[in-house]
Every structure is written in C-alpha cells, then in structure tokens.
Design a protein around this ligand. Structure first.
Ligand SMILES: *Cc1c(COP(=O)(O)O)cnc(C)c1O
Length: 432
C-alpha cells in the first residue's frame, strides 16, 4: 500500500465535510474510499490498493472500466460537439441510439424519450400513462398499481410506487401520492406461478382499475427493494390482467436491461412486452448518466391526440450527444460480444462460489440469476464493519440492509469471479 500524498489527503478531508453521498450524511461515520482510477474489472484506490469490482457500479459498467472502444466513441463525439439543446434541434447520435433501442427491445416499443437518469425515466413513464388516459377522456385514471418490495427510484412519484415499508413512505407520508400495492409475488423464479399470487394481484387490480392509469413492475428481478427473483409466469399473468382490465403496463428494466438476467431484457423470460418501458443503468456501459422511456406507437399516438397534443416533459440535457454516443458504442459492444455465454458462465461461477454461504446459520437464502448473486442474511449487516473487510479482502462489494450481493462486469474472468465469491463467503462467514 502506498501512502496517500498531502494534496490527496487535503481533498479527501474537504470532500468528507462538504459532499453528499448516496443515502448518507455530511461527515457521516461511514467509510468512503477515494478512487484514483479504474480499468477492466479493477478499481484502484488512491492509496494504491486494487479491488476486483463486484458491483459494476450499480448494474451499469457491464464492459468494465476504461474501455478503449467506449473511450474512443466519446472522444470522437467530443470533437464535433459535447451538447446542444434538444428542443428544436436534433443529432445523429440520438437517432442512431433510438434506432438500436427499438431494434433491441421487444415489440411493440417504437418510440424513445431520452431522460437523464432512471428516476426521471420512471417519472416520464408515469406521466405518459396519465397523459394517455387524459387524451382518452378518462382523466380519473390517476393512480398506479404495483407490487410490494419494488424499487423505482428516488424522485417523489418514483418513491410513491416503491415498496412502502423498505422505501421512504413513512418519512414522506402526507407528501407521497397514495398508490395501490398488491403483495409481492411469492412464487420464485424458475417455478410456475402459484394461483394465490395471481388472485391477490387480480383482486387489487379489479378493485381499483377504474382509477388506475397503469401497472408498474420490475420484470422478474426486484432490485433495490430486496433483490427478489420471482416467477416469470407471474409476470405473464400480470400482462394478461392488464389487458383484461384495460390498464397500461409499465416495465422498469433499468436494473435488468441489457443482459444482466441472462436475457437481453428480463421481460423476455416471460415472453411478454410492455406498453411503456424504462431503461437506464447499463445503457451507456456505465460511462454517462442516460436513461430512456420507450412506448408503443399506440401510446404515443394517443398522447399526441390529446390536449395539448404534446407530451409535457423536456430535460435541459435531453439526449446529450456524448451520452448517446457512449450508449451506441456500448450496445454495439454488447451485441457483438458473446454476452449470453459470459452471463451463463458468471451464473455458474456464482452458484458454485456462493454455495458455502447456504450452510451458515445467519444466512437466510442464497440465490443466483444470470450475473446476479445474492446472499440474504437474517439480520442487517453493519456497513462500518463489513465494508472495510471487503476492501481488505481486495474486492469491491457494497452490501445493503440484509443483502450482500454480486453483479460483476460481464467481462470478468473465472479467477477474479472465484476471488469475489470467496471474499463474500469469508467476510459473510466472519460476520456472525
Ligand atoms: C436504479 C433504479 C432506478 C433509478 O435509477 P437512477 O438512475 O438511480 O435514478 C429505477 N428503477 C430501478 C429498477 C432501478 O434499479
């Protein structure tokens, strides 16, 4: 380990007192590790230590860090323009990215709204559903139906459809719009759906369908709401119920999109599609913040036919050309790569590597799907203790609550993957 030089010590100390981190506080007594650089699946800290990345920077860096192809795409775009406003102007990177997204996503998604983050793309999806029903002369449809244990982002309406218990509902009760929650499906991935899950969902939807604009769900994998993998059959049945009760279906593929679950999009496990779909996170390979909301031509046509005949949303940095260029290059890298074999190999490696955790008395469950491995503990971990232990073990793993999980870049090698799993087994084992 190198020592940290004086200049670095100074900015690190300043940062600690003045800069917010996700779900943290200024001067919080929580470890934050200064990074000097990152390349491939390695994150190098300012003190010289190298960590194997187990997080893909929250689902996003699927090709690893500092990828020459992505670097070149951004440099090339930069030489013509970094950004121009999207109101009244357009550019090739936006058109090219939209074309690829429409090709890659399941039918009938044909239109693309570029947003600056996942949460904003969810806000856009919800707003589109509201404008759709207004245009159809049914303005009373102002609510959304979802299932518990979901997560859709941190802005207010995204929070309103996220899990009411482990989300932030009690903190903002009275501010958040009240939505309708069906129980989280209990049928696990790979199993047929229990009728009780469908019945519970249907009874919720049937009761409130007249005031419901859309159902919003994360397909198959519930991410930050609990890392649960549920039956694809349940999703298929929800699609059928949305059609029967005439409500739109919004699928939030922000975490699951672009191969993470072993399919390009998680809804493909169920062979269904959405009326409105959100993507983000891995869209630019973890390079820039960019998300998108896709809809069918049926939805976009109805919105355009209403009053004012326009969709009322328009971010300042909408379709940022650098981000679009990075996304085009990232999608090309992905589709040209043997990503299915890679995700399959990661799935097998995680299954073997994390298996020893199953025998631990303080572990509740071990589950793996695609390039996602989860160890669920019986009690919440102490981040102050566990996070430095992972760093000492030479890996970057960021637990939350009762969950210790891995979602490495798709390019990770067998040896690094075993080191990651071994570190999880060891650190979880020590945390009894
Ligand atoms: C991360 C995430 C979001 C929010 O995306 P941000 O880019 O953090 O705003 C929304 N939905 C799901 C499923 C996510 O995983």
């Amino acid at each position: 380990m190198k020592t940290v030089n004086k200049a670095a010590q100074e900015w690190i100390e300043f940062e600690r007192r003045h800069v917010w981190h996700p779900y943290s506080a200024i001067d919080a007594d929580l470890p934050v590790f200064p990074v000097a650089s990152a390349r491939g699946v390695r994150i190098r800290l300012v003190d010289g230590r190298e960590l194997i990345d187990g997080m893909s920077s929250w689902w996003s860096a699927i090709h690893g860090y500092n990828h020459p192809v992505l670097n070149r795409a951004i440099e090339t775009q930069l030489s013509s323009m970094a950004h121009v406003m999207f109101g009244g102007l357009t550019h090739a990177p936006a058109a090219e990215l939209a074309r690829r997204l429409i090709e890659l996503t399941p039918e009938p998604l044909q239109t693309v709204f570029f947003a600056d983050s996942g949460s904003v793309s969810v806000e856009v999806a919800l707003k589109m559903a509201l404008q759709y029903w207004q245009a159809k002369g049914q303005p009373a449809r102002t609510r959304f139906v979802t299932v518990r244990s979901g997560y859709h982002g941190d802005t207010f309406n995204a929070m309103s459809v996220s899990d009411p218990d482990n989300g932030m509902h009690s903190l903002f009760s009275g501010v958040l719009v009240k939505q309708h929650f069906a129980p989280a499906p209990r049928s696990r991935f790979g199993q047929p759906c229990q009728q009780s899950d469908v019945d519970a969902f249907e009874s919720c939807l049937a009761r409130v369908c007249k005031e419901t604009a859309a159902v919003i769900l994360e397909p198959v994998v519930q991410g930050a709401g609990g890392m649960r993998f549920y039956s694809a059959d349940f999703l298929r049945q929800v699609r059928a119920l949305c059609d029967r009760y005439d409500v739109l279906l919004i699928l939030d593929e922000i975490a699951t999109g672009f191969g993470r679950t072993g399919r390009m999009f998680a809804c493909e496990h169920a062979g269904i599609s959405a009326d409105i779909m959100c993507v983000g996170k891995a869209l630019t390979g973890g390079y820039m913040t960019l998300a998108a909301t896709l809809t069918s031509l049926a939805v976009s046509a109805v919105i355009g036919s209403g009053n004012p005949g326009l969709f009322m949303h328009g971010p300042t940095f909408m379709a940022n050309p650098l981000a679009c260029a990075a996304a085009v290059a990232s999608l090309e890298l992905l589709t040209d790569s043997p990503w299915e074999q890679r995700v399959c190999a990661i799935e097998a490696g995680l299954q073997t590597g994390l298996e020893p955790c199953r025998a631990m008395s303080h572990v509740k469950d071990v589950r793996v799907l695609g390039a996602i491995g989860v160890v669920e503990l019986k009690r919440a971990v102490d981040m102050r203790v566990m996070q430095p232990r992972f760093v000492d073990a030479g890996v970057w793993v960021r637990p939350f609550g009762k969950l210790v999980y891995l979602m490495p870049p798709f390019i990770i090698g067998e040896e690094d993957l075993s080191s990651l799993s071994a570190a999880v087994v060891r650190v979880v084992g020590e945390s009894v």
